[in-house]
Ligand binder design. Structure first.
Ligand code: SF4
Length: 377
C-alpha cells in the first residue's frame, strides 16, 4: 500500500509565518494555475509505471488546493485513476482555506469528486490573530466553511489551529479550543507558531515591526491544549495531531510509519523506503521541464544513519514512541548501543517506558524535536 501527495502551490496571499513552497495567484495569475494543472497531469502520466502497489491515500496539499476549479480536481482524479491501482476505502484528503471553501464549491467537491476528508486552515477564531499571521480569511468565513462542509455531507473534517501567537492570550486560546469542541470535528492539527528564516514574519520581527513568539507562552498553551483535549476524549496520537474515535489521518500516519509515498507537483517529495526524491521547488521551472518530457527531480539514497535518524525523529513524535525492538531488528548493533547511551541522558519527566517503547510525557512532547536531536547519529 502507498500514498500519493499532490502539491498545489498557489495561495491568495502569503501568510507571514509560511515557509511552504507557494506563490500567490495575484503574481502568477489564474492562467498559470491552469497551465500548472496540465503540467501536473503530464507528470502523473509520465510516472505511471513508478507506483505498482495499490494506493491507499491521496492528499491534496499546498498552497491552497481549494483554489482549483472542480473540473480540474476531477481531471486530476481521472488521470490518477487511469495511472494507478486504487485500494478500497481510500482516504482522500483535500486542504482548503476558508475564503475559498464556499457553499457552492463544497457542494461540487462532494458531488463530483471522491474527496472524503477535508482539512481546513482556520488557525484562530480571532481577527487580531489572523491579522498577525497575515491570513486572508475572517473568523466568520472559517465558521461558515465548517458549517457548510458539514451541511453538504463531509463527515471527516480536520481543523488547523496555531498557538503561541503573541496576540493570543491563554483565555483566547481556551476560547479557540472551546469553539473547536463545539463544532463536533473529529481531528485537530495544532501547531506552535515558529519563525522560519526568510519568512515575512521573520523579516518583520528583525525590523522590529512586530512581536516575536514567546517560549513560555508556547509551553503554557501546549499544556492547556493537552489538558483540554484529554477532557474531551481526544487522543494525542502525534505531537501536533489529535483525534477522537480513532480518526487518525491515514496519509500522515503513513509518513510517520516511513511507508512508501509518491508525490506530484512542484516541490513534492517521494519516498521508497531507501530513496527519497523531490521535484524542483519552482513553479515555472517545473512547468517548463514537464512540458519537454523531463521529470524535474533529484534524489538521494538514505544510508542506515539517515534511516535511523528519520525513524527516531518521526517515532518520538507519535503516541506509540520509539521501539527498542525496531532499532535492534532493523539496524546494526552500533545503532542500538548509541540509542541506549543517549536515551539515558533524556530528563526522566520527558519520557516513560512501556511495552518496549520510549514515549514522551505531555511535557516531553513539547521537546520531541530536541529529544530526537539528542538521539541522532
Ligand atoms: S495558505 Fe497555507 S500554504 Fe498558503 S501561504 Fe498560507 S500557510 Fe502558506
Amino acid at each position: 500500500m502507498a500514498g500519493i501527495y499532490i502539491h498545489i502551490p498557489f495561495c491568495r496571499q502569503k501568510c507571514g509565518y509560511c515557509n511552504f513552497y507557494s506563490v500567490t495567484v495575484e503574481t502568477h495569475g489564474r492562467a498559470s494555475l491552469q497551465t500548472y494543472v496540465n503540467a501536473l497531469i503530464s507528470e502523473i502520466e509520465l510516472r505511471k509505471n513508478e507506483c505498482p502497489e495499490p494506493i491507499e491515500t491521496i492528499y491534496f496539499g499546498g498552497g491552497t488546493p481549494s483554489l482549483l476549479n472542480i473540473t480540474d480536481v476531477v481531471k486530476i482524479f481521472v488521470t490518477l485513476q487511469k495511472s494507478f491501482v486504487f485500494a478500497e476505502n481510500m482516504e482522500i484528503t483535500f486542504e482548503g482555506n476558508p475564503e475559498s471553501l464556499t457553499k457552492g464549491y463544497l457542494e461540487n467537491l462532494r458531488k463530483y469528486t471522491p474527496v472524503n476528508r477535508l482539512s481546513i486552515g482556520v488557525q484562530s477564531f480571532f481577527e487580531d490573530d489572523l491579522k498577525y499571521l497575515n491570513r486572508k480569511h475572517s473568523p466568520k468565513q472559517a465558521l461558515e466553511a465548517i458549517e457548510n462542509a458539514q451541511k453538504v455531507g463531509f463527515e471527516r473534517l480536520s481543523m488547523d489551529l496555531i498557538y503561541g501567537i503573541p496576540t493570543l492570550t491563554d483565555e483566547k486560546w481556551n476560547e479557540n479550543l472551546q469553539m473547536f469542541f463545539s463544532l463536533d470535528i473529529s481531528h485537530l492539527s495544532a501547531y506552535a507558531l515558529t519563525v522560519e528564516p526568510n519568512t515575512i514574519l521573520d523579516k518583520q520581527i528583525r525590523n522590529h515591526k512586530t512581536k516575536s513568539p514567546n517560549e513560555e507562552q508556547i509551553e503554557q498553551q501546549y499544556l492547556i491544549l493537552r489538558e483540554q483535549l484529554k477532557n474531551h476524549n481526544f487522543e494525542a496520537y502525534e505531537t501536533s495531531n489529535f483525534c477522537k474515535n480513532k480518526q487518525y489521518s491515514k496519509h500522515n500516519s503513513n509518513y510517520w510509519n516511513l511507508s512508501k509515498y509518491y508525490g506530484f507537483g512542484t516541490s513534492a517529495h517521494r519516498f521508497s523506503g531507501t530513496v527519497r526524491s523531490w521535484n524542483v521547488a519552482d513553479v515555472n521551472a517545473y512547468i517548463t521541464s514537464v512540458k519537454t518530457g523531463i521529470l524535474p527531480s533529484e534524489s538521494e539514497f538514505l544510508t542506515q544513519e539517515m534511516q535511523y535518524n528519520e525513524y527516531v525523529m518521526t517515532a518520538i513524535r507519535t503516541q506509540w514512541g520509539i521501539s527498542q525492538d525496531f532499532i535492534k531488528t532493523n539496524f546494526d548493533e552500533q545503532f542500538f548501543l548509541h540509542f541506549q547511551n543517549h536515551i539515558a541522558q533524556i530528563p526522566n519527566d520527558w519520557l516513560f517506558f512501556e511495552n518496549d517503547c520510549f514515549i514522551t510525557t505531555e511535557k516531553g512532547a513539547l521537546f520531541s524535536d530536541a529529544i530526537a536531536e539528542k538521539l541522532f547519529i
